[in-house]
Design a protein around this ligand. Structure first.
Ligand SMILES: Cc1cc2nc3c(=O)[nH]c(=O)nc-3n(C[C@H](O)[C@H](O)[C@H](O)COP(=O)(O)O)c2cc1C
Length: 308
């Protein structure tokens, strides 16, 4: 059995694949960067060496994503695929015919080495519906108010469920969660979008296939007392936090959002049968492909922060 290691390297929602040279066995098939473990090497050392030799990058080797055993005609390999991140360098095409960053959805467009089949299935299972593999800083960088939706593209129900589950985990004053989230699709989404328009505002909202309506619920007793005694509007803060959780999870799922505060509460309460005042609507859907990431305009840290 030949011990082989390989790296699963992500850049936002894409992972790196390499095409074997035409003259080698399994020529022109795609694979993960990696290779055989040499005598005296640990698997991690072998992977670092292979990534340097094949791509001129230094990787930080993390946990094992998957192990597979595959019998080729010429040898049986035990392949260990490690989650890895590039610590230094930009991948260069040194040994391979080509290298590419692809999304899990693009896997069917490539012919992979047979040993990778089960791994690719797992990548699809873990990531293809979940969207991306971003850390929080990357989510914060890539979240932006989406004002150009692909009206023809439905949002998968499992993605909506994942967003709501994350919203459920948002912190709130006295853990009171003084809000309600109503998910509107189809005609009710259109009606909510309309109730967020007027005076030229929020025209784009009509193209978003889902609208998340956040309305007020009464405070719990302790938060009500605290808000009164301290003169602090905890409910608005709580609603802001849950909106932040929702937009962050949507970004992680590869979806676009825009928080709307320009809205007609009474109309939306009627549409959604809500007693509480509507505080925010969040448009949700896939951004059009030409909706590129804008440069963030923000106050600089000197103005925004102070330190003692
Ligand atoms: C409470 C709140 C209300 C907002 N209301 C609207 C709105 O009605 N329409 C809109 O287009 N954007 C709205 N926005 C989006 C902001 O304009 C946007 O977040 C801000 O300009 C920063 O841009 P970015 O989200 O693309 O980073 C709102 C954002 C927040 C947090």
């Amino acid at each position: 059995m030949v011990e082989v290691v390989a790296a699963l390297i992500w850049d936002m929602d894409r992972f790196l694949i390499c095409q074997r040279p035409a003259h080698k066995t399994r020529g022109l098939l795609w694979e993960f960067v990696g290779g055989k473990v040499e005598p005296g090497e640990t698997k991690e050392q072998a992977l670092i060496r292979e990534c340097r030799e094949e791509l001129a990058v230094t990787v930080a080797v993390q946990n094992v994503f998957m192990e597979v055993v595959h019998a080729y005609l010429d040898m049986t390999v035990h392949l260990t695929l490690f989650n890895s991140v590039i610590a230094d360098g930009i991948p260069q095409r040194i040994e391979h015919n080509d290298i590419r960053w692809i999304t899990p959805q693009e896997i069917p467009q490539y012919d992979f080495c047979p040993a990778d089949t089960e791994i690719l299935k797992k990548i699809v299972a873990v990531y293809a519906t979940g969207g991306t593999n971003m850390n929080f800083a990357e989510i914060a960088q890539s979240r932006q108010s989406c004002r150009s939706y692909d009206a023809t593209r439905k949002v998968e129900e499992e993605k909506i469920a994942a967003i709501l589950e994350t919203a459920r985990l948002a912190p709130s004053a006295c853990n009171g969660q003084p809000y309600h989230i109503c998910v509107c699709r189809g005609e009710s989404a259109k009606a909510v979008a309309k109730a967020c328009q007027g005076m030229g505002m929020n025209k784009f909202a009509s193209d978003a296939p889902v609208q998340l309506v956040i309305s007020e619920e009464p405070y719990c007793k302790t938060a009500a007392v605290g808000a009164k005694v301290k003169g602090n509007d905890y409910r608005s803060i709580d609603i802001g936090i849950v909106a932040a959780f929702i937009t962050a999870e949507a970004t992680a799922q590869g979806l676009g959002t825009c928080i709307l505060g320009w809205l007609d509460s009474e109309k939306i309460q009627e549409i959604c049968h809500l007693d509480g005042k509507v505080r925010l609507v969040i448009t949700l859907g896939y951004a059009k492909t030409d909706d590129k990431l804008r440069t963030k305009k923000r106050k600089d840290l000197v103005e925004l922060t102070s330190q003692f």
